[in-house]
Each structure stands twice: as structure tokens, then as C-alpha cells.
Design a protein around this ligand. Structure first.
Ligand SMILES: [Fe+2]
Length: 287
């Protein structure tokens, strides 16, 4: 089993939740969020958070994207499990986004509707100390540390709202499979080319020690981002990724959302490329 976790707080591609989840689903409101304004944390929770952040911080230099690192610094959340209220104040001033607590996995419609309103759902609970390296469901460490830093970046912030609107449309049209691939590769496992070289910005990479080391090692394939290719690319959820896609800037993601409606039908009608498989027209990205 690799170091990755389930991709996202949204369960893209499913209308119902799997059984056996550990979040507090009984108290969720119709929009999927929890009513809590204050969430009590134990000292053990804070210690787990500090350990997780310190482990990741040690391997970020030369691997994490500069805008993502700047966002992490602005959030000043290294020492304690962050409060969503304080982080939301920072995000509102930067890009108009805010954070809302949720039990964990959300059905598609709720997830997309929140994104479309610039509200990012963050799971309320944190993993146990014995789960530092692997967890099946997303927790606050994945959701917050992985996703929130880049919500301070304006182009990325605009992109994720647009993704929410597109998701609502695609759900009605039964086109979620290719859109889930786009989220997987470009939100959870995206790489960006910076002046100093390739860097990771994807939440599934940067919240996982194993994936952070793997994604920028010599092992995986890295391809130039191509929307048609991504929409056709199947992925695996039980191990590190065999292939990653590289963008040049975050505005590329926003532009891709504009192109997507015209591409989704074709992607639905084509057999997916297997995880790590090759396709005509692949543009390999040098290290
Ligand atoms: Fe995620």
C-alpha cells in the first residue's frame, strides 16, 4: 500500500457514501457541512498535527511549489491544529474563499455546490498517531494542509470555483468520470514547472510523505498537461501514482475548465487509458 489517501473530501463519481466512515455524519446539515463553530482539540491531536507538519516541512524544500509554500506560511498553522475561522479570515482577504467543517467524504452535489460558492469543506477529525503514513479517508491534515495553502493564490482560487460550477453541470449530464480524473490528476496530484525545476502543488502529494518523495523522484513518468489526455486517464487510489501531469502556471487550470464542456462527451465515449499507460501524442516532461 502506498502513501496516498483517498483523493478528496468530495466523492466524485458517487451519489452515495461508502459504509463505515468515521466522521460525524449524523449531525451534518443538508449542504453537507457541520454546524460547529468551535471544535475541541486534545493536546494529543495538536502533537499529531505538529509531527505531521514537521515531517512534511523537512522534505518540502526543492519539492513543494512556491505559491503553495507561501500560502502555508501565511496560514501560520505549523504548531497547532488550525481553526477554520482564523484561516477563513486569511483566505477571505486573499481570494474570497472560506472553510467549512464537514464530517469527511461528501456526495458530489454537495461538494460541487460548496466549491461553486468559494467554500472549501474541511474534515473535522484528525488521524491517529499510528496513521501518520496512511489513512483511507481524508482527515483535516490532508484537507487543510494539502488543499488550503493554494486557496490563497488568485488564479488557483478562481479555477477551483469554476470547477465547482462545471461539476454541477456535469453531474446533471452524467459526465462525472472524466471530471473526476481531472480533479485527481490536477488538484490532488498536480506538478508545476517553476524556474528552479519541477515542484508539486497537488494536495494528495503534499499531504503524503511517500508521495512527495516519489512524485519528484526519477521513478514516475511526468507528462506535459493536456486536458484531453487527462480526461481520458484512469488512475489508481491504492498506491503512489505512476504518472503525473505538469502545468506551467495556475491560469492553465482555469483555462482548461473553459474548454472542458466541449471535451467531456468525447472523453465519455472513449476507453480510458490505463494507469501509467502510454498514449499517442504523450509529451514527456524532462526532469
Ligand atoms: Fe483532497
Amino acid at each position: 500500500m502506498g502513501g496516498t489517501i483517498q483523493p478528496t473530501t468530495g466523492v466524485i463519481g458517487t451519489a452515495t457514501l461508502p459504509q463505515g466512515l468515521r466522521g460525524d455524519y449524523d449531525r451534518a446539515r443538508p449542504d453537507g457541512t457541520l454546524p460547529d463553530t468551535v471544535i475541541e482539540r486534545s493536546e494529543a491531536d495538536h502533537a499529531t498535527w505538529r509531527t505531521l507538519v514537521a515531517r512534511q516541512r523537512a522534505i518540502y524544500p526543492g519539492r513543494a511549489a512556491s505559491a503553495w509554500l507561501e500560502g502555508l506560511d501565511r496560514l501560520r498553522c505549523d504548531q497547532m491544529v488550525p481553526t477554520l475561522e482564523r484561516a477563513s479570515a486569511i483566505l477571505r482577504a486573499a481570494t474570497g474563499w472560506s472553510l467549512v467543517p464537514c464530517p469527511g467524504l461528501l456526495p458530489d452535489a454537495q461538494f460541487f455546490a460548496l466549491l461553486a460558492k468559494r467554500r472549501f469543506p474541511v474534515t473535522h477529525w484528525i488521524r491517529k498517531p499510528e496513521e501518520l503514513d496512511y489513512i483511507v479517508e481524508p482527515d483535516i491534515f490532508h484537507d487543510f494542509l494539502g488543499h488550503v495553502p493554494l486557496l490563497t493564490q488568485p488564479d488557483y482560487a478562481d479555477f477551483l470555483e469554476a470547477y465547482g460550477h462545471l461539476g454541477l453541470q456535469a453531474e446533471k449530464r452524467g459526465q462525472l468520470a472524466p471530471l473526476a480524473r481531472f480533479y485527481w490528476f490536477m488538484v490532488e496530484f498536480g506538478l508545476i514547472a517553476e524556474r528552479g525545476g519541477l515542484r508539486a502543488y497537488g494536495a494528495g502529494i503534499l499531504s503524503s510523505r511517500t508521495e512527495t518523495l516519489h512524485a519528484l523522484s526519477d521513478t514516475p513518468r511526468r507528462l506535459r498537461f493536456d486536458m484531453v489526455r487527462v480526461l481520458r486517464s484512469a488512475y489508481r487510489i491504492d498506491d503512489v501514482q505512476p504518472v503525473y501531469f505538469v502545468i506551467r502556471d495556475y491560469a492553465e487550470l482555469y483555462a482548461a475548465i473553459g474548454e472542458a464542456p466541449a471535451l467531456l462527451d468525447a472523453a465519455m465515449a472513449t476507453n480510458p487509458i490505463p494507469p501509467g499507460g502510454r498514449a499517442a501524442g504523450d509529451q514527456d516532461w524532462g526532469c
